[in-house]
Design a protein around this ligand. Structure first.
Ligand code: NAD
Ligand code: NA
Length: 395
């Protein structure tokens, strides 16, 4: 079929297999150009199909020839109905990995469930014995607790009072004022249950018990901080409470792994366009200014640049350079004072009329469509493509 983008609000309902494949190919090429990393050898990636998780998987496989098991929650394409981008990304990743005889298998299902944890552990036992790295990169709006069956929904709200600021609709370029009502204790509890560290700890507990963690194994999860501008809706909002919890969980897990010499880390990553970040008010305006400034400075990065740098210059160098709270920082360039000062000044000037010039709306929009395999250079969108694509190593 011919597949075109169909957007509704901040989501895109379709995705393009060839565009997704090209995105994956570009990321693999980037890693190969940058060169080998003396990195991990056997890796489990939870949340492996898009964003930072996919980039971690590509960096592992093509940076240090690691065998990878990927867990994700995606929709395969069916006749006349395109699947989700993560499905096509994973199909492409496995195809390219297998072409180079790099082990890659995938499990599609709810990572929050006991069933998927058991299935993953059984696969690791059977095929790899143990893993030396576990990447935890889930981003989800909901979680069903595996034991109680309770369903939690995360929300993006300020705490303690409403938050007024401006935002942009990146489809139209219209800058407008918004006011977000605060969340209550229930909202905080829900968001922490979904995006905090509880499930990460459950994964590591189960893996340790099953003895599928290698001696000195590392596990890493991803966090975000961001500037003062977005604090009320991000770091000091409901999602920030979840990130506080995730970061605290790294210490809990490290304690639990002491006897096998293992360690848990959180890496604070840069703000990037993803399905999730497009839905948070204020953030798209911040990102469009951030992209503009970072591109001008020649320090802009996407997911793959971030993850390559994380592996090559932090995790596997011996100089992990933790901050005062014990976190790895690859948001260091985003948070540079000169970058943030420029953004703060531009923020005051941003209107529908000025943003076209002072912000990188085009870059935002391109990145957004790229997430779904659209507007990717080198892809012929007039060509018929097969929307039904198999993942060769799916278990
Ligand atoms: P993403 O949406 O691109 O990736 C999420 C992954 O999780 C996908 O592979 C998806 O299939 C999988 N997933 C979601 N629910 C699942 C479930 N129930 N079971 C199994 N798999 C499931 O997200 P991302 O932007 O790469 O975010 C990953 C992490 O990085 C998050 O913790 C996020 O907060 C953090 N982070 C994001 C940014 C940003 O700007 N995007 C910045 C810093 C940190
Ligand atoms: Na991810």
């Amino acid at each position: 079929m011919i597949i075109e983008p169909r957007t509704r609000g901040f989501i895109c309902l379709t995705s393009h297999p060839k565009g997704c494949e090209q995105n994956v190919k570009n990321q693999i090429e980037y890693v190969k150009t940058k060169g080998e990393i003396s990195g991990p050898k056997k890796v489990l990636i939870i949340g492996a199909s898009t964003g930072f998780g996919l980039a971690s998987r590509i960096t592992s496989a093509f940076g240090s020839k690691a065998a990878t098991v990927g867990v994700f929650f995606d929709k395969p394409g069916t006749k006349g109905r395109p699947g989700s981008p993560g499905w096509y990304n994973s199909a492409a990743f496995e195809k390219f990995a297998h072409e180079e005889d790099i082990y890659a298998k995938s499990i599609n299902g709810d990572a929050f469930s006991n069933e998927i944890k058991e299935k993953t552990i059984a696969l690791i036992k059977e095929d790899l014995g143990q893993v030396d790295l576990v990447v935890y990169s889930l981003a989800s709006p909901v979680r069903t607790h595996p034991d109680t069956g309770e369903r939690f929904k995360s929300v993006l709200k300020p705490i303690g009072g409403s938050f007024k600021n401006k935002t942009v609709d990146f489809h139209t370029g219209v800058v407008s004022d918004i006011e977000i009502q605060p969340g209550d204790d229930k909202d905080i509890e829900n968001t922490v249950a979904v995006m905090g560290g509880d499930d990460w700890e459950l994964w590591i507990d189960a893996m340790k018990k099953a003895e599928v963690l290698a001696p000195n194994a590392t596990t890493i999860a991803y966090s975000y901080i961001g500037p003062e501008l977005t604090e009320p809706v991000y770091r000091k909002g409901t999602i920030g409470k979840a990130k506080d919890h995730l970061e605290a969980t790294a210490f809990t897990i490290s304690d639990k792994l002491k006897d096998i010499g293992g360690k848990a880390y959180v890496s604070v990553n840069k703000a990037l366009v993803t399905q999730a970040s497009s839905a948070i008010p204020v953030i798209p305006l911040y990102i469009s200014l951030l992209y503009k400034v970072m591109k001008e400075e020649g320090i802009h990065e996407g997911c793959i640049e971030q993850m390559y740098r994380l592996f090559n210059e932090r995790l596997y160098t011996g100089d992990i350079a933790l901050d005062e709270k014990g976190r790895i920082r690859v948001d260091d360039w985003e948070m540079r004072p000169d970058v943030q000062e420029k953004i703060a000044a531009l923020w005051k000037e941003a209107t529908t009329e000025t943003l076209q010039d002072i912000g990188d709306l085009k870059g935002y929009e391109t990145d957004f469509f790229n997430l779904f395999g659209f507007k990717v250079d080198g892809v012929d969108y007039d060509q018929d493509v097969n929307e039904v694509v198999e993942i060769s190593g799916i278990v």
